[in-house]
Design a protein around this ligand. Structure first.
Ligand code: R5P
Length: 310
């Protein structure tokens, strides 16, 4: 097995490599003066089972292009099997035509990865499970839930915990976590009765006196999360913590979360945390390296990956 890392998340790649006890393959990703990406594999990969680690996080287009070019270099160097390991799959929120004359960019990205030469994909908490079907190659969608469950059980008396989905779209994910920790579930239902009117947050469930745990796949601007936290506290919640797989945290999101009423935002390292994230008083990162490493190892050994989540 060989592991090749792009530049999107070197720290995670190093952690995965040490979990597997396999060094990162020598591969140089350089830029020409006009910023075109150039890749050179500096060791033989002929006949090898290669795993390419790259999150297509900010800057999404650069990281995606880098992934495609690394896959192309591997294919042309006769790697036997290429698995694109994409802990954060960018463009996933464009998974349907929200209105006329718009693209389905998640499908386009799936096509690009496949046509570049990937034989398999390994990813984590896809925004929508159906995106797996956008690929015509085997695609394993891992879940951060076991890692989050462990962290929650270490910190909370689960008797008083209530899992909350910050919107109706996230109910399946939140229910799965609630089941794991044997906690009740609540849902924040956002409604805007007329265009231009402000959104009303209705909470389905009773959070009063509870330690609420908001669960979602992505925190981007932080709006969904901070608004949900306010609504839960207004309904008498004792505390609100959030467990979110992908800390996209664009623009002023870190400042927004830091000054919010969230007790803590826990994210995984699927996206490399920025200096601002690391310095934020109420944001903590937990590692998915052992989970990804184990899934890579099982893929290489042709063992079951789904049994990791049984
Ligand atoms: C939406 O469907 C996603 O699951 C997240 O709730 C959303 O992307 C979060 O975005 P933001 O942090 O900008 O509210």
């Amino acid at each position: 097995m060989k592991i090749v890392a792009g530049n999107s998340n070197r720290a995670l790649a190093e952690e995965i490599s040490s979990y597997l006890g396999a060094p990162l393959a020598k591969c140089q990703v350089r830029r020409f003066a006009d910023q075109e990406i150039f890749v050179e594999l500096q060791e033989n990969v002929r006949g090898e089972d290669v795993f390419v680690l790259q999150s297509t996080s900010f800057p999404a287009n650069d990281h995606l292009m880098e992934l495609l070019i690394v896959i192309d270099a591997l294919r042309r160097s006769s790697a036997k099997r290429i698995t694109a390991v994409v802990p954060y799959f960018g463009y996933a929120r464009q998974d349907r035509r929200a209105s006329g004359r718009t693209p389905i960019s998640a499908k386009l990205v799936a096509n690009l990865i496949t046509h570049a030469g990937a034989h398999r994909v390994l990813t984590l908490d896809l925004h929508a499970g159906q995106i797996q079907g956008f690929f015509d190659i085997p695609t394993d969608n891992l879940f951060a839930a076991p890692v989050m469950t462990r962290d929650i059980k270490e910190r909370y008396s689960t008797d008083n915990v209530m899992v909350v989905s910050p919107d109706v779209g996230g109910v399946v994910r939140a229910r799965a976590l609630a089941k794991r920790i044997d906690a009740p579930l609540a849902i924040v239902d956002k409604r805007r009765d007329k265009p231009g009117e402000s959104e009303v947050m209705n909470i389905i469930g009773d959070p009063s006196g509870r330690d609420c745990i908001l669960v979602d796949d992505i925190v981007d601007s932080g709006g969904t999360l901070c608004n949900a936290a306010e609504a839960l506290l207004a309904e008498g919640a004792k505390s609100v913590t959030a467990y979110i797989t992908h800390g996209v945290l664009s623009g002023g999101a870190v400042a927004r979360v830091s000054s919010s009423k969230l007790k803590e935002l826990v994210i995984t390292n699927s996206i490399e945390p920025t200096a601002a994230v690391l310095a934020a008083p109420n944001i903590r990162t937990i590692s998915i390296a052992p989970l990804m490493g184990e899934a890579i190892s099982r893929t290489a050994l042709e063992q079951s990956v789904s049994s990791l989540f049984g």
